[in-house]
Design a protein around this ligand. Structure first.
Ligand SMILES: Cc1cc2nc3c(=O)[nH]c(=O)nc-3n(C[C@H](O)[C@H](O)[C@H](O)COP(=O)(O)OP(=O)(O)OC[C@H]3O[C@@H](n4cnc5c(N)ncnc54)[C@H](O)[C@@H]3O)c2cc1C
Length: 383
């Protein structure tokens, strides 16, 4: 049976073939940004896949975006440099004014403007998002922003940031989820005028940064939707984010399994392929079985999302199970390769480092289990 969005998968695969392991290895060593890769995806229209046609995008369903990201990761490439655009723009699409949509979305679709930075996480509050401290104070026709974000990926390579900041102190709101607002920040014009970006060197090449706001001015017209409702707007986009990240983990899993299987079949030790040993076969076979199960849940989540049904349960569990199977496959792949798994030229160690992230970001496994316990199974909230 042909896979869903088979034509898109074929085309993305061809595009990724122009960016082989060597390309990613060089960038990884230099912690560089894959500019040419992102440009190629943009020109082919993939990063505007979810933007409606009336705003210059392809108007495709989430399942198509999932196919694009899965294929990128299956090919050994990495979509982390650009995936955020797909789900961040949803906040502008769903909650922005018509003027904002007409101004930003067509330019995001063509790549004239990059919306890649998502400023939510802060060093002091972490997962407890509603305790974030960055504050936007309204003064006439602008907001004055002070505070700090951490792990803001791609900030140096983005024109715009979607920022979540407090506009009403927490102790003055009825609920802690109120009083937070979302803003479109023009990073290029704010740089050096209240906005400072500092790269964080991390385990893998993710172009993450710390971002500091010191009396940074944001025009009031850049507020997205209604002041104080920003947390809800961010939550609205989370199921799409979870399903797309899960798709990347499914792609990673497929890459690890194919790489491990090929090596197990070709590497001869003790006069026979190492893949003839059950001790080598079983971890790979198990990761494959885990992947097939996670993939079914991703597809069920996508089906519900594209039908406009609530898919919080499927999106959360799919993200967790896909990250788990990617990690199981990564572990099996590096073990199958023996010492060569640690050599950079095989790309296994790079993908191994990259795959690990998704147990922590954009939401950690514990918090998904808390969601399932509370919202699906009806147990008391644990935090
Ligand atoms: C490479 C990278 C890129 C990122 N990119 C972005 C980005 O672009 N934009 C952005 O806003 N953020 C980004 N993040 C941040 C990411 O979303 C957070 O790291 C993640 O949500 C976890 O938050 P934290 O690091 O503050 O961990 P903490 O909240 O400090 O949690 C630490 C550990 O404690 C556990 N824990 C915390 N509370 C509970 C609880 N109640 N019950 C059980 N366990 C709990 C967590 O599961 C976790 O394992 C990125 C992170 C990384 C590493």
């Amino acid at each position: 049976m042909r896979e869903m969005h088979a034509e898109i998968r074929d085309e993305v695969k061809k595009l990724c073939a122009r960016f082989p392991g060597e390309y990613w290895r060089k960038l990884d060593a230099a912690r560089g940004y894959p500019t040419e890769f992102v440009q190629a995806l943009t020109q082919a229209g993939y990063l505007g896949a979810l933007i409606p046609e009336e705003y210059g995008g392809a108007g495709l369903p989430l399942s198509a975006a999932s196919a694009i990201l899965e294929t990128i990761h299956h090919a050994g490439s990495n979509a982390a440099a650009c995936h955020a655009q797909m789900y961040i723009m949803g906040t502008i699409l769903r909650h922005g004014s018509e003027a904002q949509k007409r101004h930003y979305l067509p330019k995001i679709a063509t790549g004239e403007l990059r919306l890649q930075a998502f400023g939510v996480t802060e060093p002091t509050s972490g997962t407890d998002t509603t305790s974030l401290r960055t504050f936007a104070r309204k003064e006439g026709d602008k907001y004055i922003v002070n505070g700090q974000k951490v792990w803001t990926s791609r900030a140096e390579h983005s024109d715009l940031m979607l920022l979540l900041a407090r506009t009403t102190p927490k102790d003055q709101t009825a609920k802690r989820t109120e009083g937070l607002s979302t803003f479109i920040v023009d990073m290029k014009s704010s740089l050096g005028k209240g906005l400072t970006i500092r790269p964080i060197r991390s385990m893998m090449n993710h172009n993450s940064t710390e971002v500091f706001f010191d009396n940074m001015e944001v025009p009031a017209e850049n507020l997205v939707g209604v002041e104080g409702r920003g947390f809800k707007y961010i939550l609205d986009g989370m199921n799409a984010e979870r399903l797309l990240i899960a798709s990347e983990s499914i792609g990673d899993t497929k890459w690890f399994i194919e790489k491990a299987t090929a090596y197990a079949n070709s590497r001869v030790v003790f006069g026979r392929p190492i893949g003839q040993n059950q001790g080598v076969q079983f971890p790979i076979a198990k990761a494959y079985a885990q992947m097939r199960a996670a993939e079914l849940l991703v597809h069920e989540g996508l089906r519900k999302f594209d039908a406009g049904e609530h898919c919080g349960e499927e999106a959360n569990m799919a993200k967790m199970l896909a990250a788990d199977c990617a990690w199981a496959a990564a572990e099996a792949c590096i073990q199958t390769h023996g010492g060569f798994g640690f050599a950079e030229e095989y790309d296994v160690e790079r993908k191994f480092r990259e795959a690990r992230l998704y147990q922590v970001a954009p939401i950690s496994t514990n918090l998904i289990l808390s969601y399932v316990a509370e919202h699906v199974l009806g147990m008391p909230r644990s935090y």
